[in-house]
Design a protein around this ligand. Structure first.
Ligand SMILES: Cc1cc2nc3c(=O)[nH]c(=O)nc-3n(C[C@H](O)[C@H](O)[C@H](O)COP(=O)(O)OP(=O)(O)OC[C@H]3O[C@@H](n4cnc5c(N)ncnc54)[C@H](O)[C@@H]3O)c2cc1C
Length: 488
């Protein structure tokens, strides 16, 4: 019998798992995919928002304002990539100027540093390629960039090392109330638990419905992106337009790894799984992005992708509360700024467990907040690299040229506390395939390394979940079948 079962291994579920690992509790995290960060957490703007933007009095405002400063300590403990680069909200008209004055007012009321800059020369020095039509900006220096995969993996690994169990590839299909708590049907397994924490992203309403704790609905709101090649479209700051009612608008934004993206747009849809991009959506992004940065060289785009915001029917606010079913806590509608808020959400959820459930919560004296990071070539100087190669020749073999990832790093990722068994798992740890060629060069090499290290035939290595095998046979072993369709 578990004390707590968390459903969902996105950034929210993993942050909660890590916070719970401070206590003497038997906790399990159940995830339907083979890895953490497999849904909304993998498709977003990766901004740790300063906290001035969300409406007053909302839970998301409270969580963002509290959560942003928590990133400094978390970075020290968990060693993930995070940097406070600062953001601009760019005003072009008198009406936009009123909007940024409102943002400044909200920032002041919330003790968030920020200023309005109207000196165009200063703005141009800070961001040389910004549109000449700029009238003023609201500058918020505490806004930051994070690598969402790195953050989520770090939270999950630290939770794991402190005793949290992870059950992957196990979709929850039913939850039954029992005398002592709940029985969860997760893939082939039945999990008995006293408490359930529902952190299932866009599916949180479906999970809540399984026990009648669904006094809310979730609408998926798609946001599409275009990622530009490293160095092709340099920006120093996160550039927002003034916000719309449904989103923060289409932005131009550096990534912590040195690329730039444009997006996202905002489209409500019915499907909770459709993350395809459309040409209309991508055109909308280009037009939006060029308002802020007219020189965007769209030919330098290396990929496009989309993510789904989980928008609740409570004015789009987060729902973080004990449900009407005893010991069942909903952590739902975690749309933007969910990434920025995840650490504060985790702390708050644990306070709900303490105050609103039947569980006795005691500190774990052995809790270790420190996660040992993986050694990376990009962090080494020449001497360190020479030493590393002397000890292990795999440090001298670069497998992904775009992101400079060596064989040693891939092997180490495969043998991390939460072991990597697929292409995407490795990508989410150390980035091979995330650069200019998008895996064109390194994919076959990584397949071979995975096959060797896991002692499995290459035909059994998957891209991600079961059924996504990438290789079927050697080309020369395939029999070419005669064409049976219509003549061209
Ligand atoms: C376009 C866009 C831009 C954004 N930009 C930002 C930003 O810049 N800054 C910011 O702070 N936030 C941003 N966000 C919001 C942020 O990405 C989310 O708040 C956050 O990722 C939500 O994490 P989550 O763990 O709640 O959900 P998810 O990452 O979706 O995780 C939920 C998990 O539950 C699992 N699950 C679902 N159903 C089941 C089941 N039946 N059984 C088992 N597991 C299940 C899923 O597989 C998934 O892994 C953005 C979001 C989008 C879409």
């Amino acid at each position: 019998m578990y004390d707590i079962a968390i459903i969902g291994g996105g950034v929210t579920g993993c942050a909660i798992a890590r916070w719970l690992s401070r206590y003497k509790l038997k906790t399990i995290l159940i995830e339907k995919h083979e890895d953490v960060a497999s849904e909304t957490t993998k498709g977003n703007s990766a901004i740790i928002h300063a906290g001035y933007a969300s409406p007053d009095g909302t839970i998301r405002c409270k969580m963002n304002v509290k959560g942003n400063p928590m990133f400094d300590q978390a970075k020290k403990e968990l060693h993930f990539d995070f940097e406070r680069v600062g953001s601009f909200v760019v005003a072009f008209t008198d009406e936009d100027m009123k909007a940024i004055e409102h943002e400044l007012k909200q920032a002041r009321e919330r003790n968030i540093p920020g200023e309005i800059i109207t000196d165009i020369k200063r703005i141009k020095t800070m961001e040389p390629n910004i549109s000449d039509k700029v009238k003023g900006i609201f500058y918020a220096p505490t806004a930051g960039l994070v690598w969402p995969f790195g953050l989520t993996v770090a939270l999950a690994e630290n939770a794991f090392e402190n005793g949290v169990e992870f059950l992957f590839s196990s979709p929850v299909t039913g939850i039954r109330k029992t005398e002592k708590g709940f029985t969860i049907q997760a893939g082939e397994k039945q999990i008995d638990t006293i408490i359930v924490i529902n952190a299932a992203g866009v599916f949180a309403d479906d999970i809540a419905k399984m026990v009648g704790a669904d006094d809310f609905t979730i609408t998926p709101r798609k946001g599409e992106y275009i990622l530009m090649d490293r160095g092709s479209c340099p920006v120093n700051y996160i550039l927002f337009p003034t916000p719309t009612i449904v989103s923060k608008g289409i932005l131009v934004c550096p990534t912590i790894e040195g690329h730039t993206f444009i997006g996202p747009n905002a489209q409500n849809q019915e499907s909770k799984t459709d993350v395809r991009t459309t040409s209309a959506g991508l055109n909308e992004i280009i037009v939006g992005g060029r308002k802020l940065l007219p020189s965007i060289p769209i030919r330098s785009a290396i990929t496009n992708f989309a993510g789904l915001r989980a928008v609740s029917n409570r004015n789009g606010d987060f729902i973080i509360e004990p449900s009407k079913v005893e010991n069942f806590i909903n952590v739902a509608g975690i749309c933007s700024p969910g990434l920025s808020s995840c650490l504060a959400i985790a702390e708050y959820v644990v306070s709900l467990v303490k105050d609103h459930t039947t569980l006795k919560v005691e500190e774990n004296p052995d809790w270790n907040p420190i996660r040992k990071p993986q050694k990376r070539l990009v962090d080494m100087n020449e001497d360190e690299l020479s030493e590393a190669i002397k000890e292990r020749s795999q440090w001298g073999r670069v497998v992904c040229r775009c992101e400079t990832v060596t064989e040693a790093e891939i092997v180490d990722a495969i043998h991390r506390p939460i072991p990597c068994t697929s292409m995407d798992m490795i990508k989410k740890r150390i980035r091979p395939g995330m650069g200019r060629c998008q895996g064109g060069f390194c994919t076959p090499k990584i397949l071979k390394i995975l096959s060797r290290e896991l002692d499995k035939p290459v035909t059994e290595i998957t891209k991600n979940d079961k059924g996504s095998e990438m290789v079927f046979a050697r080309t020369k072993q395939l029999e070419i079948q005669p064409w049976k369709g219509d003549k061209p």
